[in-house]
Design a binder for this molecule. Sequence first.
Ligand SMILES: [Zn+2]
Length: 189
Amino acid sequence: MSALDSLLSRFQTVGNDLYMRSMVSMHGGNLSVRQDQNLVITRSGSRLGYLTEPDLIETGVTKDDENTKKASSELCVHRAIYQNTPFSAIVHSHPIHATALSFLGDMVLTEDEAGKLFIPKVPVVGFGKEPMPGGFAQEIAEALKTHAVVLVHRHGSFARGMSIEEAYVYTELLEISCRILYMVRKMKP
Ligand SMILES: [Zn+2]
């Protein structure tokens, strides 16, 4: 299996898991990995649940090239994260319960055991401001230096890791913790 085939297979697994678990809509979300001075990111408008080889776009971490315009509209956020942190993989998704909680305050405090252990505090970047594609890149990168996953107000999550699978795990942990938080709040008299 070539390096590209292996990467495609890993992107397909993570993308499909995100889609099947309702953490992205058909054309929502994006994935990337860093490879030295380049990054491989999902194509603008690609369907994470059904990725194929043309959906993987390689371009520079700092420099534009002929592929740059094909990359996800969130490329500038991915670039800012790679330029400011040591991490080598990013998952951006729109998990329903986590995104709903991003409407309520500038920090989500998880309460279930797994959440408290791995992601006790999740900052909500841009709270109270208008979300925009590719917005808050520097703020997101800064928050990811000390938090494995962050939310963007009324938008979704960015998780980082040393592999795409690790970034996925933090994304899923976040959504599970936020779903529990939502349910506990609904059940309280
Ligand atoms: Zn998004």
